[in-house]
Design a binder for this molecule. Structure first.
Ligand code: ZN
Length: 520
């Protein structure tokens, strides 16, 4: 295979028995050298040449042949299985160590299932390629069936841990701490929050109200900086808060380099009841879950289906979240509003019929452009889009220049390491931050390039847009269900951005920007 570039990689360093032997001889002859330092230089040179991004360096201080004797290799394999990197850079395949046939299978399996490449100065090994098993020496000593057994046994280890009531997730669940024996103990600050969430939901508060309440209290969510409704549902549904450990609800694997999740039927889950201290009672848990389910079904109850024709189309012009439809008993018309607490003080809601009307008006204006002569139309569009394309091309040139600078900074980082100006730690930090910036610049360039392509494509298709918009306008009001209307709008609208400032008091005082879907 051609040698890959620009991958996230680990470096693995280990001395073989032979290396130890030679170092000793050299020492006796007064010409001592350090094998690992030599290997490290060589591998870093490879990484520099092929433009990889070093995520970590694993250096085995002991020279054991077996995995059980090599803590660094074990830790690295664990991280590989989690999909941390795309490749491991190593002097040769044997450095990973084959140990015995069990080790060979374990190592092979970790690389194969996580789709991680083994990169050596002379070859690149893809464990999913045909013949890789043979190269790795697995097939010759381990039959396929045996490998399956090993897999099962390793999975079994995790399943057994779950059965023993140990928490084996990457992070302990919100509300708990984890002790050395992998048992969960209530977190002094988070556990009361979990209980509060259950109480609020059981008391009839919706997820939106809970989120608002938590944010107003300044409580930090498990991830990010704002509480999400999905986090609340996740907590309410999680039986870990009853003291149970449940494992194996989902299977994770990588497909074409992407992580994929698959649901596992409940009968295959591993359950360990009363594994740790509960945070909520069964009663509170059931109440909250019933309340949550009741609310969740509300929008589509009685088979009404989608009730908002602008669902998924109209978005908050401040935070870009989809606007949420709410109904209140005292108002005949539903309202659309942004439920992000941060927007509460700057964005107001709008009555659905008004927003709907405004969107259609905007489409009409778009269609009216056809009253211009064909020539005028194409001339005006041409001017406009040339301008956009030119601006984007200028931006690309700018980022390409930045990219060149970043590449030379990356080069400098390697030199600083060689000259020992940078410690390894400083180098890794520096290297990582530069690599991140390189990735960012590259993705911006490719985004701009595809935007230019899209723009050019749009110009080509411009002529057909107007008739399509017309057709939507003619048919819209004859459609019966909001679902059909939603579908029709989505056929030509990418999104609608909405703004209604707090001081805009008139009902129809709001702004929208319709972003059409191009090409149609
Ligand atoms: Zn918003």
């Amino acid at each position: 295979m051609t040698r890959p570039t620009n991958l996230d990689v680990f470096v693995y360093l280990r001395k073989s028995r032979k290396d130890v032997e030679e170092e000793r001889k050299a020492l006796e002859n007064n010409t001592p050298f350090d094998t690992l330092a030599k290997h490290r230089r060589e591998l870093l040179e490879l990484i520099r040449r092929e433009g990889h991004n070093v995520i970590g360096i694993f250096e085995e201080v002991v020279s054991g042949e077996y995995l059980s004797e090599r803590p660094e290799a074990q830790e690295m394999l664990r991280q590989i299985e989690e999909g941390m990197v795309e490749g491991v850079v190593v002097m040769d395949l044997d450095r990973l160590g084959r140990g015995d046939m069990i080790d060979a299978g374990t190592i092979f399996r970790a690389f194969k299932f996580s789709e991680t490449l083994i990169i050596t100065p002379t070859e690149v090994i893809d464990c999913n390629a045909e013949g890789a098993e043979l190269l790795f020496g697995v097939k010759s000593i381990i039959a396929r069936e045996e490998l399956k057994q090993i897999n099962k046994r390793l999975q079994g280890g995790r399943r057994r841990s779950a059965k023993d009531g140990k928490s084996i997730t990457r992070k302990p669940p919100y509300g708990y701490l984890r002790d050395q024996n992998l048992k969960l103990v209530p977190h002094p600050e988070e556990a009361p929050i979990v209980r509060k969430i259950f109480e609020l939901v059981a008391g009839g508060h919706g997820r939106q109200a809970v989120v608002k309440h938590l944010d107003s209290l300044g409580v930090k969510p498990p991830e990010g900086d704002l509480w999400e409704q999905s986090t609340v549902s996740h907590i309410i549904k999680n039986e870990v808060y009853l003291g149970h450990i449940i494992w194996g609800k989902e299977k994770h694997f990588k497909r074409n380099g992407k992580r994929v999740r698959k649901k596992v039927p409940p009968e295959l889950w591993i359950r360990h009841e009363n594994a740790h201290e509960a945070i909520v009672s069964q009663e509170l848990f059931d109440e909250a879950n019933t309340a949550l389910r009741g609310r969740w079904r509300a929008p589509t109850r009685d088979g009404v289906g989608l009730s908002n024709p602008l669902a998924g189309i109209i978005k908050c012009g401040v935070c870009e979240r989809a606007l949420y439809m709410t109904r209140t008993a005292d108002r005949p018309n539903p309202q659309l509003r942004c439920i992000n607490p941060r927007c509460q003080s700057i964005q107001k809601g709008v009555l659905l019929p008004l927003a709907e009307q405004r969107v259609l008006q905007a489409l009409e204006i778009l269609a009216r452009k056809s009253s211009l002569s064909e020539k005028e139309l194409s001339a005006s569009l041409q001017d406009e889009s040339d301008d956009v394309v030119e601006t984007k091309q200028r931006q690309i040139a700018h980022f390409q220049k930045e990219l060149a600078e970043l590449n030379s900074m990356r080069e400098t980082a390697f030199e600083m390491l060689e000259k020992k100006v940078y410690s390894e730690e400083v180098f890794l930090q520096r290297h990582k931050s530069i690599s991140d910036k390189i990735k960012e610049a590259e993705s911006t360039i490719s985004r701009l390039q595809s935007e230019i392509e899209e723009e050019l494509h749009r110009r080509k298709h411009q002529k057909t847009i107007v008739p399509k918009v017309r057709a939507v306008l003619e048919n819209y009001y004859s459609l019966e269900t909001p679902e059909q209307k939603n579908h029709l709008l989505k056929s030509i609208i990418e999104k609608v951005m909405f703004i209604r400032k707090k001081e805009w008091t008139k009902k129809d005082q709001f702004e929208i920007e319709v972003i059409p879907r191009f090409p149609i």
